[in-house]
Design a protein. Structure first.
Length: 611
């Protein structure tokens, strides 16, 4: 009696399922569509932009990266459903709060505004960060010997996550990392963090910090072990700046690597502390493995400059001649105003201040239009050493020189012998594309000159300085100055002093707006050079991006026969700067304001930086 009604109900239900499957428009509650009517498609809004307002740059970037709705700008060019958009907009306040917590903002107020425009929907996320979470208590302890190490404790004391400051999680992590790094640099290889805890009170807007290290013992410098290389065993030992048993310091390894790199013997240098071999005396051996560089190198280049015109340069260098590390090189150059060739032989002098004993023979001709020309043959013997940022050289120079005047058909010959001492300080953040740097240079030479049978003594001092300093944002200032003075016994006329040692001004690296070596004492329209020099330059640079920039500058200076004749010649101009992959390229248009001294509108091309 009950089976048939039950079967009937199942048949009716199945029929209903089939009916609604093939006629969805007649589902319960639905309105049957009219014949010929097209269903209206749901509107799909397109998110054209998402702007975040009210925050500093770093916080803005972090918030934007955290917003799911911001990703629709690039990933959904055809729009999204209303339901999807509403879901992402509802998540914005939570995403903003999570993105701001690492910066110490735990209670921001978030408002989202929709601005429909023709190209789509523009969203504005306006954020008021609220009151920050401040550090209330900071407990940082270093247990063990490092607790008495003033260099480690100095890092602990200068942390940025200090009481009454806004708690920024990234800065807190940077504080810990900096102390970890200093412990490793000072040889506390078994140091470990015993505690690292931050308690944040959202209601009180405070953070309590508790960090504790156990430093363990400090290790000592062990023996330096050089792997076999192309040089005689023991040759590089003087470069090791420690004795086994001295307290460990990583900077000693860095200094050794720099000294090895400066020798230019190796393509790769690997210095590895063998910490697992430290014994009861805690001495850590240091293993040095090297890969030889290409033994012989060749160079060739085309050059062009507004001072020298087109030119060629080439050279050959033998990085090591024998197992004692001797070096040999030869170079040559030619351009419209100068030509020269030289060969040099160097012997390493690695004790004390690492450097080279050096001998060089050279020939040079310089003959610019309208300027005193010369041909010089030089022999130099001396020593040159370097310990960054200082370079020191001491040489004895013997030379013969023939000077010639184009306009007056006057010739003179000089023979000279003199010692030359040069000191240079050079510090720059990037050799190819510096943003800041300082270079100071001084050269002192004094000796005797035989000019056409007349013996005279002379002394000369030349100084130079370049300073590059950021001004904030993308601006920098470059200041440059040169000064020189000469004392010559007896008659200071033209035949008495070599043209190669005289001072000139003007050109790409001097006073722009004037020709190369065009500023100086003149006789009959020809620039003969002076015994004194003073130039200065100020340049402001602005970068549009990491590649292109512009500059505005003013240069001034003069080369004179006497100090009382000093009358600075001024040049002003603007320039374009291109940071190419191989160095800075500059194109300057300058106006020299003194026409009698050769001033005019000139184009100056330059490559490289004065560092």
């Amino acid at each position: 009696m009950t089976v048939l009604p039950r079967i009937g109900r199942r048949i009716v239900g199945a029929a209903a399922v089939v009916f609604f499957a093939i006629a969805p428009g007649l589902a319960p509650g639905a309105t049957p569509p009219l014949v010929g009517q097209t269903p209206v498609a749901e509107a799909r809004p397109v998110v054209a932009s998402v702007d975040v307002l009210g925050l500093p740059a770093a916080e803005t970037a972090n918030v934007r990266a955290a917003l799911g709705v911001a990703r629709l700008v690039d990933r959904a060019p055809d729009g999204v459903s209303q339901a999807r958009l509403g879901f992402l907009l509802d998540r914005v306040p939570d995403e903003v709060r999570a993105a701001l917590e690492p910066f110490g903002w735990y209670s921001p107020t978030v408002e989202v505004r929709r601005e429909p425009r023709r190209d789509g929907l523009h969203l504005v996320v306006d954020v008021a960060p609220g009151d920050p979470v401040l550090v209330r208590r900071r407990e940082v302890r270093v247990e063990g010997p490092a607790g008495e190490d003033r260099f480690v404790m100095r890092e602990v004391a200068k942390g940025v996550a200090l009481p009454r400051r806004r708690f920024v999680h990234a800065e807190y992590e940077a504080d810990k990392t900096r102390v970890d790094r200093k412990l490793a640099e000072r040889g506390y290889f078994t140091a470990r963090r015993e505690a690292s805890r931050v308690e944040v009170s959202r209601a009180g807007r405070t953070a309590d910090i508790d960090v504790r290290w156990d430093s363990g013992p400090r290790h000592a410098m062990g023996p330096a072990r050089f792997a076999p290389n192309q040089l005689r065993p023991g040759l590089l030992d003087p470069l090791v700046a420690w004795r086994p048993g001295e307290p460990w310091h990583r900077d000693k390894l860095v200094r050794l690597q720099q000294r090895l790199a400066q020798l230019d013997y190796f393509a790769a240098i690997q210095i590895t502390p063998a910490e697992d071999e430290a014994g009861g005396d805690l001495r850590v051996p240091v293993d040095i493995a090297t890969t030889p560089a290409r033994r012989t190198t060749y160079s060739a280049a085309l050059s062009v400059g507004s001072d020298s015109g087109p030119g060629l340069r080439g050279g050959i260098s033998r990085r090591w001649v024998n197992q004692w590390g001797h070096k040999w090189q030869a170079d040559g150059e030619w351009s419209a105003v100068r030509a020269g060739a030289s060969t040099a032989y160097r012997i390493p002098a690695l004790g004390g201040l690492p450097g080279w004993y050096r001998g060089e023979a050279g020939w040079q001709v310089e003959d610019p239009e309208g300027v005193l020309g010369f041909e010089r043959r030089t022999l130099r013997v001396g020593w040159r050493g370097q310990r960054d940022p200082w370079t020191l050289s001491a040489e004895v120079v013997a030379a013969t020189e023939d000077s010639r005047s184009r306009l007056r058909r006057l010739r003179a010959s000089q023979r000279m012998v003199y010692p030359e001492l040069t000191v240079e300080y050079r510090e720059v953040d990037d050799a190819l594309s510096p943003a800041s740097g300082l270079r100071l240079q001084g050269t002192l030479r004094a000796g005797g000159i035989d000019a056409d049978g007349q013996q005279r003594r002379f002394a000369q001092l030349a100084l130079g300085a370049q300073w590059l300093q950021p001004l904030g944002g993308r601006q920098r200032v470059l200041l440059r100055a040169e000064a020189g003075t000469t004392r010559l016994d007896g008659d200071a006329g033209f035949p008495a002093f070599p043209a190669s040692l005289r001072f000139f001004a003007g050109g790409d690296r001097s006073v722009r707006g004037y020709g190369y070596r065009e500023i100086g004492p003149r006789v009959g329209g020809e620039v003969l050079g002076g015994f004194h020099l003073l130039t200065a330059s100020a340049e402001v640079q602005h970068d549009f991006d990491d590649t292109w920039g512009v500059a505005a500058f003013v240069d001034a200076g003069d080369a004179t026969a006497t100090r009382s004749d000093y009358d600075p010649k001024v040049g002003v101009g603007v320039g374009l700067r291109w940071r190419s992959p191989v160095g800075l390229v500059s194109v300057d248009v300058a106006r020299g304001l003194d026409r009698e001294a050769g001033g005019g509108t000139r184009l100056h091309l330059g490559f490289g930086v004065p560092f």
